[in-house]
Write a protein of this length. Structure first.
Length: 173
């Protein structure tokens, strides 16, 4: 069996990259732009990838760092009222689909109340579907540390879910 080309590896993981970026950016357009930036950075850094190691954890670290950079830039350029002036896309986004249900909206609101580190570990496990070993590699910690962080994040999320009340209806009025 032939080994996939680097381009094929990037294309294969695009949806996961986009999902990871959406988890950080929480805005469909910004996530799409950041995912593209991350893929470009990965392409430029392809000579630093070690084929003996799993590909996605390496790629995820690039996505994560690209998102952190974009979030830092967003803080510096943020001004009141800019979000209200954004023009929504004409397509149904993943975020719109997630918002369709009341429980999904509650989950999203509860996740937003958690610290970034807890959101990230939940995202890696439940939305990116990484194993404990892959998470440990991405976060550069021991597997036991991953397990304890995930336990605490799940416990915090359960508490946040009890506190969050969703008053929005899933359908436009």
């Amino acid at each position: 069996m032939t080994k996939p080309t680097f381009s094929n590896l990037l294309a294969t993981h695009y949806l996961r990259v986009h999902g990871a970026a959406l988890g950080f950016m929480r805005d469909e357009q910004e996530a799409r732009d950041t995912a593209q930036d991350a893929l470009l950075k990965a392409w430029k850094a392809r000579d630093r990838y070690d084929p003996a190691r799993p590909f996605y954890p390496w790629l995820y670290r690039i996505v994560r760092n690209t998102c952190f950079d974009a979030l830092a830039r967003r803080k510096h350029r943020a001004a009141p009222g800019l979000d209200a002036e954004r023009v929504p896309g004409t397509h149904t986004s993943a975020a719109d689909l997630i918002d369709a249900g009341r429980e999904a909206a509650r989950l999203k609101a509860a996740l937003a109340t958690l610290p970034e580190a807890q959101r990230e570990v939940l995202n890696l496990r439940h939305f990116q579907h990484l194993s404990y070993a892959e998470m440990a590699e991405v976060l550069e910690v021991a597997e036991g540390t991953v397990m304890s962080r995930l336990y605490r994040a799940r416990k915090a999320l359960a508490g946040a879910m009890k506190e969050v009340r969703c008053t929005r209806t899933p359908w436009p009025s």
